[in-house]
Design a protein around this ligand. Sequence first.
Ligand SMILES: [Ca+2]
Ligand SMILES: [Ca+2]
Ligand SMILES: [Ca+2]
Ligand SMILES: [Ca+2]
Length: 345
Amino acid sequence: DPTTGQIVTSCVIDRELVNQYVLVVVAADSGLPALFSSVDVRISVEDINDNAPVVLTKEIHVKENQKPMEHVGIINASDTDFGRNAELVFSKVEDSEFSSSTPFLVQSNGEIISAVSLDRELRSQYTMEVSVRDKGNPRQSSLAKIIIIVDDINDNAPIITSPCLYDDDDDDNVINFGKVSNDSSRGSITIDWYSPEDKKVVYQVLAEDDDIGENSQLRFSIETVTSDDTFNKAPTPQNDPLFRINEQTGELLLARFLRRNDQFQQLINISVIDKGDPALTAFCVLNVTFSVDLGHLTTPKTTKPRTVKSNRRRRKYGNGASISGFFATKYFLLVLIFLNFVIKF
Ligand SMILES: [Ca+2]
Ligand SMILES: [Ca+2]
Ligand SMILES: [Ca+2]
Ligand SMILES: [Ca+2]
């Protein structure tokens, strides 16, 4: 005011926009010439608690399997006021429909702690409602929902579902070890054709993994092939393997023609490994029996009657091919194998 010197505001002032003003005030008398002096008037805008805190954190990631009462994450919030008006206190809203079933504690500084060890395979995501208030007078507060996402770690080995397995406590080196039972429906398989050109799937090993992502991506491979001779468990040479397995699908196929010196019965040790770090592995053993007469593979001239006979027997047990068609194909294959053998030697 030019006459009283009173300083008044001309608009609403907001400390959060400008917290200090410097006015140059000039006082002049009415003499002639007028004498005057000036002074800098510094105006500090005091804070009032006119802003509620705002929670900035929307999502927190935490790895599963951590110990109970360990750090999960910290909630970030801001308050544009000053001093106690911006000092924040966090708490969990216990009676919220979101928070009631969550195992988390919220410290006053915003730190989230899990009361239990988290298992992603049981529950992978939680939503929790938190409250944040300042220490102003009157207090301002706000609510926010925080999503807690449990990240996977590779804590599950693959589980082989076909063939079915039983635990073998004797072998500590494997996660789970299975051996195919003699039950023909459960993985002991009989092979009565022998052309790799058929690309027929002999068997499909099936496995699953409870983890996600790479931790559950599986790779099948043949570890060893042994004969089913209890006195001779030495692995058969693998430089020209009889079997191959589709790495992704677990489908077992013949890799080459059968030979006379191939074992009548073979145990194929198959491993299933996930792509986790560290990777986890499961094993199974597939018991394969050939119903073809391996001894006849190099002498096709004498096999004709026996082959027909054995085909009849297979027919009785449900071989889908017709006898004549099967025989014709088989005879042709025998000749092929024979030629193959002759060329080799
Ligand atoms: Ca303020
Ligand atoms: Ca405030
Ligand atoms: Ca896994
Ligand atoms: Ca897991």
